[in-house]
Design a protein around this ligand. Structure first.
Ligand code: NAD
Ligand code: WQD
Length: 336
């Protein structure tokens, strides 16, 4: 299939482009590079030795999106493009609502206009709010504490309503847990701007010496060691989950958790990183971070049952590959 991958230059999108190309699909990327670099498109080509068509386009721009559909024989869409920083979404909610929801509507409209009925959407475990883990797709969604989470819940509803009204439309809504790690080549990975919000890039930057010390947020959660528990998933497993979702699309809207089904605590992750890479990570324990929940992990059985997909890579592979990318990325920056 010829897949339009919005946000394909970004962290999860770039790994998914590699997985799609390796599975024999072709890829058209639309990305406005607001949180990524063109260079990552070159890296996708380096890794796969395949061609990629790239459009530097804002996917909230209906005319620009129509031009892509008009000229590229698109068979399906994977919609990653979006803004994802939870804290920032509280500060600039309108930017988040506009970007994340309008993009979904513009793409759905183009799909209707050009008769494209295959759609895969990047959602997030954040839509479960503070339900109790393990999270199951059938749970009622609770309001999230931030506009980012609301944009995901609303986009899910919009796409589900379209599928209800149009019996030809197939959409898979993928709720990701905590994607970490990088492609084993070390060429693509997560490179956030500024000081990272997320745990793994913070850990790799402490290991590298760019940041002094990790602050572990909270030691009094009702978890095995008091630190928060998350379902970390290797980004390459996540990418392969998209190929499985695309290959198993069926009419209507279908929701899948993409996680490992296993919780790992923040302190366990730090220890695994140290063991996997033989490097110490300095940390201190501080207060809980407002808005965090104690435990977040998936019931991942539906994806296994219906998509034939499970995550294969363990926490050590996640830590090893995240570190490999961080070291390599530093080299790239120094060479420039
Ligand atoms: P990312 O920021 O690395 O990638 C998003 C890409 O979309 C970037 O390349 C950015 O330039 C592009 N983009 C944003 N708005 C755009 C627009 N209007 N038009 C064109 N391009 C645009 O983020 P990611 O971690 O790869 O996340 C991809 C998707 O997965 C997002 O929708 C995110 O909300 C979702 N998600 C991410 C996580 C996570 O922890 N990384 C977890 C759950 C869900
Ligand atoms: C993980 C754990 C922190 C940083 C976020 C979004 C979610 C999804 C994934 C997009 C928590 C702890 C973190 C640090 C720490 N993204 N931590 N020190 O909050 O589970 O999920 O990213 O959809 O929507 O909310 O991920 O990596 O920020 O935190 O102790 O410096 O690490 O408290 O327990 P989170 P995270």
């Amino acid at each position: 299939m010829n897949i339009l991958v919005t946000g394909g230059a970004g962290y999860i999108g770039s790994h998914t482009c590699v997985a799609l190309l390796e599975a024999g699909h072709s890829v058209v990327i639309a990305d406005n590079l607001c949180n990524s670099k063109r260079e990552s498109v070159e890296k996708i080509i380096d890794i796969t030795k395949k061609e990629v068509t790239f459009f530097e386009v804002d996917v909230t721009d209906q005319e620009a999106v129509d031009v892509i559909f008009n000229h590229n024989n698109i068979d399906g869409v994977i919609h990653f493009a979006g803004m994802k920083a939870v804290g920032e979404s509280v500060e600039i909610p309108l930017t988040y609502y506009y970007n994340n929801i309008v993009s979904t509507m513009v793409l759905a409209k183009a799909c209707q206009k050009y008769g494209v009925n295959s759609f895969v959407f990047s959602s997030s475990a954040t839509v479960y709010g503070d339900n109790a883990a393990p999270f199951v797709e059938t749970m009622n969604l609770l309001p999230t504490t931030n506009p980012y989470g609301e944009t995901k819940a609303m986009s899910e509803r919009i796409l589900s309503d379209i599928a209800k009204a149009d019996s030809e439309f197939s959409v898979s809504i993928l709720r990701y847990f905590n994607p970490v790690g990088a492609h084993e080549s070390g060429l693509i990975g997560e490179a956030p701007n500024g000081i990272p919000n997320n745990l793994m890039p913070y850990v790799t930057q402490v290991a590298k010496g760019t940041l002094n010390k990790l602050r572990v947020f909270g030691s009094d959660y009702p978890t095995l060691d008091g630190s928060g528990v998350r379902d970390f998933i290797h980004v390459v497993d996540l990418a392969e989950g998209h190929v499985a979702a695309l290959d198993n699309l069926k009419k209507g809207a279908h929701i899948y958790n993409l996680g490992t089904g296993q919780g790992t605590s923040v302190l366990e992750l730090v220890k695994a990183f140290e063991e996997a890479n033989g490097i110490e990570v300095h940390y201190e324990i501080v207060e809980r971070r407002p808005g965090d929940i104690a435990s977040c992990y998936a019931d991942a059985s539906k994806a296994e049952r219906e998509l034939g997909w499970t995550a294969k890579r363990d926490i050590f592979a996640m830590c090893r590959d995240a570190w490999k990318f961080e070291k390599n990325y530093k080299d790239l920056v120094e060479i420039k």
